[in-house]
Design a protein around this ligand. Structure first.
Ligand code: HT7
Ligand code: ZN
Length: 895
């Protein structure tokens, strides 16, 4: 397979101005006719025109109406090359035949669950017709769709509907015109038996936009929350960024078979059903929140991605990092900012940090790739019930955008965004263009900030503190190191914004008067306001900041709000951390202090476990958790987050040799111990926060459910009839899926009733495929010894289908998230995954490559596990006909 490099980017020799497409959808095959107005970049010069094409049958090709002779073009399995096209504007007409019914890759045009649907990002358009399939080719499109009227009553594409009518033979047609130039990855077509929930939104300039959410008729009642989310997103983008929707129609279609979460095609967003359909009975709070975030995300792409797009796929973070940042901000404004930040940072730590130090580490803007699809993950890779993998381009990219805002403030950031749109509307641009807009709009000095795009690895920042009682100064000495990553052994120091506050002995923020750094004194007094948090700009390998007029020894709160995606190591003592946990005005850092303590504690217990020492839980830790659990002044969702232990993956990531058995045993031990020592408090918490009344998706109700359900999860680790009865009651009396599924998760820890209640749950929900996926995931992730056999059985369950990505993510992805069973020392987990990857690759390479990435950290484990995982990777790589997707991940993992 061919590796593609950023440094090889070349402007195209030909641009496409307009594209007229005609689809004739059939039961055996589909015909696609394209008519493209082509302009050479330099008039008068003719170069070969290379068009991408895959799995296409070429029917005819004409230039300016004349059929092309065989000697004038060359066709291979991936390209159609026109050897010497005209050197001035010309019309290119191509007819291809394609087979959507046989397309199980869910990329290009495919038919599944009775409907036709497209997925063109990143390089799926080449499976529809021959085209320059690259994002810097931006053209205006029309699209005519013809199909059987009774089988496909709804025919949709991008833009406005300009014509429709009946045809002979029971067929009908529609014609769509998109007035905006777009790259082909934003093209979309949907045809099928769908119905819509309709609403309208009036933009602030008075444009009345029709909103339609399309699903099969029986699912329409479950689209109310998606519609609410869409309208909220449209309003938010106007309020916060001044960005209005630009057409009269916005369509969303929900489909059950989709590789990712959703796709932002211009005015015709296509969504995985999981991210549209919700009712209180069938969807959890997490599902509701994900729908809000992803509907927002795709809508926000209309400006950040569609109106201004990427020059090439290396710039993916330009649209994804920025749009993830925007959806994070939207969700924060719609709920609790602190809780959202905690959730996002936890995921970053759990999934992105480990990758950033592994064989797949790459910069936010990669230097090369084999298959672009492998760079898409984040929340769009759906592991139902948990999100498992996070990636640099999306999540670290969002952190990079957040740092601009931290450095510039809200107004400065907005100025930068305004300039970005003013300069680049309608263009395909680069990350430097975004950087330049932020810099120029604010006259800012960003030093070497661009390194965040090109250097991989998570910077490790060490900080030591010193208080001088005589001079009343407090100093912070920083040193930074970016660890080596594949292909990048030596690293330069990064530009790291570190937000800092200082707490006095009563726990209050001290006013900051000035800070001395690099021979200069920065005074805050001139602002006329008390400053309690300042952002230190670290740019060197080592540097010191000295705060003046500090009347007593402070407790520093460092990296407030997680102001940079780094690993921070400080000299703060346990009592400093407990103090911050109790008092920090920065709620994120309050949570963080508890997590640092928990991580330290877990690592020391892991060492005890490995040395066969008895495990003993530090009473101070229990006391700390108790005081948070019972503090009625705290937000309940914050309490739920603060009493949640760091995940197994996060702790393994901090070990020299990852030991899943030990970490799992320690985490289970702490949970049990906390549950038994705080049983009374947990029982009261569960009782006092029980649901009453109708389900509401609002912060207070979600916070209450989150707290009750974490209390139940802890209690579920205990034994005895009182607990069993409580859990059964919670399960049986639940009036919404959040409560019912949480009770089921707690019951899953109870061997005596587990099987019976799992069977009951399935019987109740067997007709709802989204709920059944939760059922698959829960069982797949179980730490019951030898669970691989149960998962193998579930592969043959009538409700399972290897062709449906959500089911694969739930069952197989869920299994790979189980520390004890996936990493079982007999190799059974690795063998199971290895064999499945080979099978899956033949059906859907994108999904298979996501699964194979579970092996990517194999070198982090002990020798036995290493050789077992390596064996599977080698077996996969030796498979004939392996896809580029799987090849790239497997070979880079082995390297
Ligand atoms: N921009 C979308 C990416 C996407 C995708 C990528 C590869 C293969 C299938 C895909 N489906 C959607 C999603 C987003 O970031 O909004
Ligand atoms: Zn996106």
């Amino acid at each position: 397979p061919k590796e593609i490099f950023l440094k090889d980017y070349k402007q195209p020799d030909y641009y496409f101005d307009t594209v007229d497409l005609k689809f004739s959808l059939g039961e055996e095959s589909t015909f696609v006719a394209s008519k493209i107005a082509v302009s050479p970049r330099v008039e008068g010069q003719s170069f070969p025109l290379v068009l991408n094409g895959q799995d296409l049958k070429l029917q005819s090709i004409k230039i300016n109406g004349n059929p092309l002779k065989e000697e004038d073009f060359h066709l291979d399995s991936r390209h159609l090359t026109l050897k010497s096209p005209p050197s001035s504007k010309f019309t290119l007409e191509i007819v291809t035949e394609i087979y959507p019914q046989k397309n199980t890759s869910l990329e290009g045009l495919y038919k599944s669950s009775g409907n036709f649907c497209t997925q063109c990002e990143a390089e799926g358009f080449r499976k529809i017709t021959f085209y320059q399939d690259r994002p810097d080719i931006m053209a205006k499109y029309t699209c005519r769709i013809e199909a059987d009227k009774s089988l496909y009553p709804v025919l949709l594409s991008n833009g406005n509907l300009i014509e429709q009518g009946d045809l002979e033979g029971g067929k009908h047609f529609t014609v769509w015109e998109d007035p905006f130039k777009k790259p082909c990855y934003l093209f979309a077509l949907v045809a099928g038996q769908l119905e819509s929930r309709d609403d309208t939104f009036t933009t602030r300039s008075g444009r009345k936009v029709s909103l339609r959410i399309w699903t099969p008729a029986q699912d329409l009642p479950k689209t109310a929350h998606a519609m609410y989310s869409l309208k909220a997103a449209m309003k938010w983008d106007e309020d916060v960024f001044g960005l209005e929707y630009d057409l009269d129609l916005f369509n969303i279609v929900a489909v059950p078979d989709f590789n990712m979460g959703a796709m932002e095609n211009k005015s015709l967003n296509i969504f995985n059903s999981k991210l549209v359909l919700a009712s209180p009975e069938t969807a959890t709070d997490a599902d509701y929140a994900a729908i809000l975030g992803v509907i927002g995300h795709e809508y926000f792409h209309n400006w950040t991605g569609n109106r201004v797009t990427c020059r090439d796929w290396f710039q993916l973070s330009l649209k994804e990092g920025l749009t993830v940042f925007r959806d994070q901000e939207f969700s924060s404004d719609m709920g609790s900012r602190t809780v959202k930040r905690i959730a996002d940072v936890s995921k970053l730590r759990m999934y992105q940090y480990p990758q950033d130090s592994g064989p797949m580490a790459h910069p936010v803007r990669p230097h090369s790739y084999i298959k672009m699809d492998n760079f898409y993950t984040g929340k769009f890779q759906l592991i139902v019930y948990i999100e498992r993998r996070f990636d640099f381009v999306y999540e670290k990219g969002a952190e990079v955008v957040r740092m601009y805002k931290t450095l510039l403030g809200s107004q400065g950031f907005r100025k930068g965004m305004d300039l970005y749109f003013k300069r680049h509307d309608g263009q395909a641009v680069t990350c430097e263009d975004f950087f330049a807009a932020m810099r120029d709009a604010n006259n800012a000095d960003f030093a070497n900030f661009l390194l965040w795009y090109s250097q991989a690895g998570t910077p490790v920042v060490k900080v030591t503190t010193n208080y001088n009682a005589e001079s009343h100064t407090f100093s912070l000495k920083f040193s930074q190191e970016v660890p080596p990553t594949p292909g990048q052994s030596a690293k330069e120091p990064m530009f790291i914004p570190v937000a800092v506050g200082l707490l006095d002995s009563s726990g209050k923020d001290m006013p900051l008067s000035s800070v001395y750094h690099d021979g200069k004194l920065e005074s805050f007094a001139s602002s006329g306001q008390n400053v309690h948090t300042t952002v230190l700009r670290i740019t060197k390998k080592e540097e010191e900041f000295v705060f003046n007029d500090i009347s007593e020894k402070p407790t520093p709160s460092i990296l407030r709000g997680f102001s940079a995606p780094i690993r921070l190591e400080s000299d703060l003592t346990d009592s400093d951390l407990l103090f911050l946990l109790a008092h920090d005005s920065d709620e994120f850092n309050r949570w963080e202090a508890g997590q640092v303590l928990a991580r330290k504690l877990m690592l020391s217990l892991v060492a005890d476990f490995q040395q066969n020492k008895a495990l003993v839980l530090n009473p101070q830790f229990v006391q700390g958790i108790k005081s948070i659990l019972t503090d009625s002044s705290l937000d309940k969702e914050f309490i739920a987050k603060a009493i949640t232990l760091p995940g197994v993956g996060e702790i393994m990531d901090m070990m020299t040799v990852a030991d899943p058995d030990a970490v799992h045993a320690v985490r289970t031990f702490i949970r049990k111990q906390l549950a038994s020592e705080l049983k009374e408090e947990l029982l009261i918490t569960a009782k006092n926060n029980r649901s009453s009344g109708a389900y509401e998706f609002d912060h207070n109700n979600m916070a209450r459910r989150a707290l009750k359900n974490i209390a139940l999860a802890y209690l579920g680790s205990l034994e005895g009839p009182e607990i069993t009865e409580l859990l059964l009651n919670e399960y049986r009396n639940a009036t919404n899926m959040t409560d019912q599924f949480s009770a089921l998760v707690a019951i899953d820890q109870q061997p005596a009733i587990r099987e019976e209640i799992l069977a009951d749950f399935y019987n109740k929900w067997q007709d709802d495929f989204l709920v059944v996926n939760k059922w698959f995931a829960l069982q797949a992730m179980s730490d019951v010894p030898g669970n691989v056999e149960n998962v193998k059985k579930l592969l043959n369950h009538t409700a399972f289908d290897l062709r449906n990505p959500n089911k694969v993510y739930s069952l197989i992805g869920g299994f790979c998230g189980s520390p004890v069973n996936f990493h079982c020392k007999d190799g059974s987990g690795y063998k199971f995954l290895g064999e499945l990857v080979v099978q899956l690759d033949k059906i859907n390479p994108q999904v298979a490559s996501r699964m194979v990435s579970a092996f990517s950290r194999w070198k982090r484990y002990d020798e036995t596990r290493q050789s077992l995982a390596k064996e599977q990777l080698e077996m996969i790589l030796s498979t004939e006909g392996l896809s580029e997707n799987v090849f790239e991940i497997a070979s880079k993992s082995l390297a």
